[in-house]
Design a protein around this ligand. Structure first.
Ligand SMILES: Cc1cc2nc3c(=O)[nH]c(=O)nc-3n(C[C@H](O)[C@H](O)[C@H](O)COP(=O)(O)O)c2cc1C
Length: 381
């Protein structure tokens, strides 16, 4: 038998042994009041655990109230948030799946409307807020709030909020934390020279722009147990560059680039990060993104090979053979699916049948499982 890993090979990261390479990507559900998870979140994530995914990432969970994108976002800024989250992690563990929490701060994209409404700033009278922190006082686009540049103590208290949130995630039973440093939210805003115009030690050079993320990583790693993995989701490029040449058409500033992402990923590895979840874009509204099947996977491959760190590939991965190929050819260690998981919560079980792999089914559904693979065991048994 070949030792080449495939979609249904386990992956060991520190003390966690994921049963397969299939991850449900973080997806905001815009279904909370004051950050509290509800039955919707239990069923949304729970059904995809029943459907065989090995790791379920929570949607972006805001570390402060003003760190939410919309007033309906998930939060982890209060101890009271722990209890309903713990109900979700217990259910996922009962399905033999692992639970990940994405810790996030929306930065200058905060206090905005859910995507199914017209893009607009939500005023305080409708549950929005006016303090929208960012590295620099530069709005993302029209219909977005005017942000306030964080001062030194604001940066420190935001780092502390990530730490408090990590402690709560641990108390709620999560196995993985992912820091959201992508999609034009606060951490990405610090990384990119497009949104970070600071002249202090948090702006200017590459070392200065990555400082906030490195500080958050170090602080979270200190409270997040050694036995548990830490992921970081990044946007590999702002899409102002041609990723093959690293240059723009007109010689203007390419913003955050793939080369910088590779250098950042190496640093993050040295700071105790186990896997880079490689997304792209979100910081420049006018960016021209060549979206297509697996369009971000080459970034995951380059980061894995050049920064020597595990990666997750995300973005228009929909077909079992496509996902399996990514793992078999060593382009990434995990495949992370978002919209296809909304279309088919049982994608992983279907993929196993299509790829002729055996994966355990919930014991309750065994009569429907072709070939009757062994039933699943809850984690911890
Ligand atoms: C409804 C929805 C909500 C999303 N919310 C988040 C989020 O909370 N955090 C995040 O990092 N990405 C979020 N994303 C982006 C996805 O995680 C994923 O990166 C993107 O959809 C590309 O993957 P796909 O082609 O498989 O959908 C969201 C996407 C969708 C469709």
């Amino acid at each position: 038998m070949s030792n080449t890993p495939h979609l249904f090979s386990p992956l060991v990261l520190r003390g966690v042994r994921l049963p397969n390479r299939i991850v449900v990507s973080p997806m905001c559900q815009y279904s909370c009041t004051d950050g509290f998870a509800t039955d919707w979140h239990l069923v949304h994530l729970g059904s995809r655990a029943v459907g065989g995914a090995g790791l379920l990432m929570s949607e972006a969970a805001a570390v402060t109230p003003e760190g939410r994108i919309s007033p309906q976002d998930l939060g982890i800024y209060k101890d009271e948030h722990i209890e309903p989250l713990e109900r979700i992690t217990s259910f996922l563990h009962g399905q033999g799946a692992y639970a990940g929490m994405q810790l996030a701060h929306a930065g200058r994209k905060g206090s905005t409307a859910p995507p199914w409404e017209t893009a607009r700033v939500i005023p305080p009278a409708e549950g929005g807020w006016t303090f929208v922190p960012a590295p620099s006082a530069v709005p993302f686009a029209d219909n977005y709030p005017q942000p306030t540049a964080l001062d030194g103590s604001g940066i420190k208290s935001t780092t502390d909020a990530f730490v408090a949130a990590a402690r709560r995630a641990l108390a709620a039973g999560y196995d993985v934390i992912e820091l959201h440093a992508a999609h034009g939210y606060l951490i990405h805003e610090f990384l990119s020279p497009i949104s970070n115009l600071r002249t202090d030690e948090y702006g200017g050079s590459f070392e200065n722009r990555i400082r906030f993320l490195i500080e958050v990583t170090d602080a979270v790693r200190q409270v997040w147990p050694e036995r548990l993995p830490l992921f970081v989701r990044i946007s590999a490029t702002d899409w102002l560059e041609n990723p093959s040449t690293g240059k723009t058409e007109d010689g203007s500033d390419p913003g955050w680039t793939l080369e910088q992402s590779i250098a950042l990923a190496s640093k993050l590895r040295e700071h105790g990060v186990d896997l880079i979840d490689v997304s792209s874009g979100g910081n420049v509204r006018s960016a021209n993104i060549p979206v297509g099947p697996g369009y971000q996977t080459p970034f995951a491959e380059r980061i894995k090979k050049e920064a020597h760190i595990s990666t997750g590939a995300v973005g228009m991965i929909t077909e079992p053979a496509q996902a399996d190929h990514i793992i078999r050819t060593g382009q990434a260690d995990l495949v992370i699916l978002a919209r296809e998981m909304l279309r088919d919560p049982y994608w992983a079980l279907r993929a196993a049948q299509e790829l002729k792999q055996s994966t355990p089914w919930p014991v309750q559904y065994m009569r429907a499982a072709e070939g009757h693979p062994p039933p699943r065991k809850p984690i911890g048994e």
